[in-house]
Unconditional design. Structure first.
Length: 281
C-alpha cells in the first residue's frame, strides 16, 4: 500500500494529494500524451486531466479518474498548474521501467498550491525517493468546443483495426484523409504518398466496428505529423471513438485498460488541414 506523505513543513495544507499503489498506471498514460515537454495539469474532485498542445492545431488530454487512485483529495474547487512533463516522467520511472515481477513503485503526489513545487514520494522495496518538480503559471488552453451535440459523425472501432491501418497506409504522405459516410465507403482512410494513393475501407458491419453513427458524408484531411503522436495512445488502447463536427475538427478518444482492469481515457483533438482540403477536393 502507498505510504503516507509527511505533513508540509510550512504547515500549509496540500490542495492536492493523491496516492497510487503502482506509479506505472500514471506514467503509461502520461507517455501517451508526451509529444511536448510541458503539460497543464487540472485537478478536480472527479480526477486529474493532463493536457498537452502543439502549434494551436492539436491537443491531447489524459483523463485519470479519481477512483484509479487509492487516495485522491482536492481541497479547492479546482487546482491547475503547468509542469515539465519530461521531468515528471523521469521521476515516475526513477526506479526504472523494468521492475522485477511482483515489484511495483508506490507513489504519493502532493501539491501545496500556486508557486509551490509538485512533490513526489516514490517507494520501491523499502527505498523512498523524494522529488520536487517546479510548477509554472498555466497557459491558456485551446477550446475546441467539441461537445456531443455538435458531433456530425461518430464511429467506435476496435483499436486493432486502426493499428493495422497505420501499419498498412503510406506514411510518406503528408496527410491522412478520412471519409465518414452513411453510405459506401462508410469509413475510409486514404494516404497520398511516394508510392501513390492508398485507401483502406471499413464496412459498417465489419467485425472491428462497434458503433456506427454517421449522419452525412464528410471528407477531411489531417496532417499526419499532427496525428502521429496519438499512435502512442493507440498502442495502449482497446477501443477508439472517432468523431467529427461540422467544421471537420477531429476527436480521437482512446479507451485504455490498465493492468488492474481499470479504464482511463486519452483524447486527441486535431484541426483539419484546410489548405489541402480546399485545393484537393
Amino acid at each position: 500500500m502507498p505510504f503516507s506523505a509527511p505533513p508540509p513543513a510550512s504547515g500549509q495544507p496540500y490542495v492536492l494529494s493523491a496516492s497510487l499503489d503502482n506509479a506505472r498506471h500514471l506514467s503509461s498514460l502520461l507517455r501517451a500524451v508526451h509529444f511536448q515537454d510541458h503539460a497543464t495539469c487540472f485537478a478536480t474532485a472527479n480526477g486529474l486531466r493532463v493536457t498537452v498542445e502543439d502549434a494551436k492545431c492539436i491537443q491531447a488530454n489524459a483523463f485519470i479518474q479519481a477512483d484509479i487512485f487509492q487516495e485522491f483529495a482536492v481541497q479547492e474547487e479546482s487546482v491547475m498548474f503547468r509542469i515539465n512533463l519530461s521531468v515528471l516522467l523521469d521521476c515516475l520511472t526513477i526506479f526504472g521501467t523494468g521492475s522485477l515481477p511482483g515489484t511495483t513503485t508506490a507513489l504519493k503526489m502532493c501539491y501545496r498550491g500556486y508557486g509551490y513545487p509538485l512533490m513526489l514520494f516514490l517507494e520501491e522495496g523499502g527505498v523512498v525517493t523524494v522529488c520536487k518538480i517546479n510548477t509554472q503559471e498555466p497557459d491558456e488552453l485551446l477550446d475546441f468546443d467539441f461537445c456531443s451535440t455538435k458531433v456530425v459523425n461518430k464511429i467506435i472501432l476496435q483499436s486493432e483495426g486502426l493499428r493495422e491501418a497505420f501499419a498498412e497506409l503510406d506514411m510518406t504522405s503528408e496527410v491522412l484523409q478520412i471519409t465518414m459516410s452513411p453510405d459506401k465507403p462508410y469509413f475510409r482512410l486514404s494516404t497520398f504518398g511516394n508510392a501513390g494513393s492508398a485507401h483502406l475501407d471499413y464496412p459498417r458491419d465489419s467485425d472491428l466496428m462497434e458503433a456506427f453513427h454517421c449522419n452525412q458524408t464528410q471528407t477531411n484531411r489531417y496532417k499526419i505529423s499532427l496525428l502521429k503522436p496519438s499512435t502512442k495512445a493507440l498502442a495502449l488502447s482497446c477501443k477508439v471513438s472517432i468523431r467529427t463536427d461540422a467544421q471537420g475538427f477531429l476527436s480521437l478518444q482512446y479507451m485504455i485498460r490498465n493492468e488492474d482492469g481499470q479504464i482511463c481515457f486519452v483524447e486527441y483533438y486535431c484541426c483539419p488541414d484546410e489548405d489541402i482540403t480546399e485545393a484537393g477536393l
